[in-house]
Ligand binder design. Sequence first.
Ligand SMILES: Nc1nc2c(c(=O)[nH]1)N[C@H]1C(S)=C(S)[C@@H](COP(=O)(O)O)O[C@H]1N2
Ligand SMILES: [Mo]
Length: 458
Amino acid sequence: MGHPPTPSFLRRLKARTPSSPVSPSSPGFWRSPVRGPWFTAVLGTVLLFGMTLLFVTGLLSYAAYNPDLAAVNDKTPDKGLLGFYLFDWPTDPHWLYRLNQGLHVTVGITLIPVLLAKLWSVLPKLFALPPVRSVAHALERLSLLLLVGGALFEFATGVLNVQLEYVFPGSFYPLHFYGAWVFFGAFVAHAALKLPTTVRVLRERGLREQLRTHDKRAPGEKWLPAEQRVLVEPEPDEGSGLVTPRPAEPTVSRRGALGLVGGGSLLLFGTTAGQNFDGWPRATALFAPHGGDEPGEGPGAFQVNKTARSVGVGPDRTGEAWRLVVEGPGRTLRLTRADLLDLTQHSADLPIACVEGWSTSDQAWSGVRLRDLAALAGYDGPGAEPPGVLVESLQLRGAFRKAALRDNQVRDARSLLALRVNGADLTPDHGYPARVIVPAAPGVLNTKWVTRLTFGEL
Ligand SMILES: Nc1nc2c(c(=O)[nH]1)N[C@H]1C(S)=C(S)[C@@H](COP(=O)(O)O)O[C@H]1N2
Ligand SMILES: [Mo]
């Protein structure tokens, strides 16, 4: 019909039909051939176990603070039913909190690449249209919002707390605690919904087969042209919405992609785990808080949370003028450090394990048993069992100046008001003249620079 199209017409036509869909809601926008049900299922399975471990160790870590014991410990007074599981945190084994919190923080940090890869693998679904197809679909998307938002929130608050030493002092606990429940609710629903598909996909396609990379090299030839190489096996979509209808040329094989994620995780693990030990391993914890701090040498050369100077504790208040007030029903004592050293001294090998995820090996503490001090305060009659205690520091500003210990913690023979560590007087940074040390307890309950113990009803 008449004239052939002019070159300028063709140019304009081409401009109007872009060669690639621009909207992220069109399936062809997402072109990585790595995406697919199998890749997502593998990452999802790792997270199923990993996130469950994080949730359980998180709840345990929360219980370890004795939040149900006294208002000074409780940063979440409105927890209501969410505190249903709280129990008396035990004092055995003495490394319990060290293990629990080491796992919580180390596994959490290690899972960051897996979480990011999992979110990347399902990214196209975030933009899928129509946004809502039915009531059920709307509910599912809402639960995904809580799931993804909750996961990112928990990782962000956790990492910030670990790295920046309490950017939100006090309020970290409610944020991370309530966030965990929101996340885990959505996580359980999501896992239940996706488990059948995940199991089937993983069963049907063997790991080894999926990780095989085909370069389809013809005999005698070096490489086939790029478009004939298959680095990633095509994978049936099965309505998952994950497989791209317009695969781009692969830049990485599926094995390579998983290797990248695993390698990232290994790198984070290798630069985090060392903070759970003294000596040279600690130097490998590059991303650990206080990473640059040198614990120095000598008996007090193990990790310090807050130095005496940083919280304004000076020799004017820890020297000769210092007294320990021990209070019980109808009895109040004021003791000097010399008085305390005259009492029977006991020792215990115990670690410091911080909520931030770092811990020390066992240190040799010595001092007066808390239960002996309870006896002095009046719990010394026949059959008198020591009660809990409120511990107060002479520190005037900053967090962690007070903490409450439960009766089981006071009664343990290894729970000390420590005066010495590793054969020498406590250093100022470790709480001179006296600090509390309790087996299996989180570091925050091991109050430094103690000036008052109040035994009895909390
Ligand atoms: N008075 C007081 N005691 C305190 C703290 C504090 O800031 N002030 N920090 C607590 C925390 S969070 C930890 S982990 C341990 C650390 O003890 P360390 O500094 O001797 O290693 O001390 C605990 N006792
Ligand atoms: Mo801590």
